[in-house]
Ligand binder design. Sequence first.
Ligand SMILES: NC(=O)c1ccc[n+]([C@@H]2O[C@H](COP(=O)([O-])OP(=O)(O)OC[C@H]3O[C@@H](n4cnc5c(N)ncnc54)[C@H](OP(=O)(O)O)[C@@H]3O)[C@@H](O)[C@H]2O)c1
Length: 257
Amino acid sequence: MARVGFIGAGEIASAMIGTIAGDGHAITVSRRNEEVSARLERAHPGLRRADNQEVLDASDVVVLCLLAETARRELPGLRFRADQAVISVMAGMSLDELSRACAPATDICVAIPLPPLPLGGTPLAAYPASRALAELFGPHATIHACPSEEALNAHFAATGLLLPLLDQIDVGATWLAEFTGDRAAAASYLAGLLGGYCRMLTAPDAPDLARMRAGLGTEGGLNYTLSKALADNGTPAALSDGLDGLRARLGLPEKTR
Ligand SMILES: NC(=O)c1ccc[n+]([C@@H]2O[C@H](COP(=O)([O-])OP(=O)(O)OC[C@H]3O[C@@H](n4cnc5c(N)ncnc54)[C@H](OP(=O)(O)O)[C@@H]3O)[C@@H](O)[C@H]2O)c1
């Protein structure tokens, strides 16, 4: 059991607390965002709300769940301890900047959780490796160890694929509902279908993606025809260009070829 503190009580803090709340840890969360922190207190007996410094003082592991610009204002006024582990989930705050803001703490990692985390199995990209992260979230998530901070930032960029993928389900559900009259059932059908393939791809004995695509892409078949229509109108290239367009924001090098 660990003493875990969450600085910031918004969407991602709620998801992370919901993930580990049943594990017997002593959890303290910033009182900030009265509505969210009060809901967390009601939902998780034993969870305590406190001001930010009290959260730090009560914790061996501190999870930073602020917007980066808030963190730049707030963290310098807080007293961290050298024996504390820090997990930041904040996009746009480098390890270098975190090291200065959280000194004298040195056990610092950055992780990218996403709101489905409490459902289990959601990958948690992280750098550098952190024992605290593994102990707290390893039982609930697949920790995806990144080889460098740059690779972690590329994972941040890749999470931008989520909305474009949901957009495709949205278009498909609208189309399917023309025939069924039930858009929610259509969305659930398509998400379930896609989910099944995603589970195959994330299983320990996962087939190769290329093999799975080849299996679906029999020439002249339905999948082949639709995939070719998208390729012909430039959709995959637009997606790749769109990812490249996120490089500068995440401090990634420009594309060289
Ligand atoms: N949401 C995601 O899916 C996701 C995924 C990965 C990473 N992240 C990262 O997680 C961080 C938080 O994102 P979020 O979506 O959870 O944002 P959010 O819902 O806006 O939560 C931010 C929280 O910070 C609180 N806050 C503001 N000023 C504060 C202060 N001085 N002291 C303590 N708390 C303060 C806010 O309280 P008030 O509402 O009272 O202002 C709010 O509870 C961001 O850096 C984001 O990049 C988010």
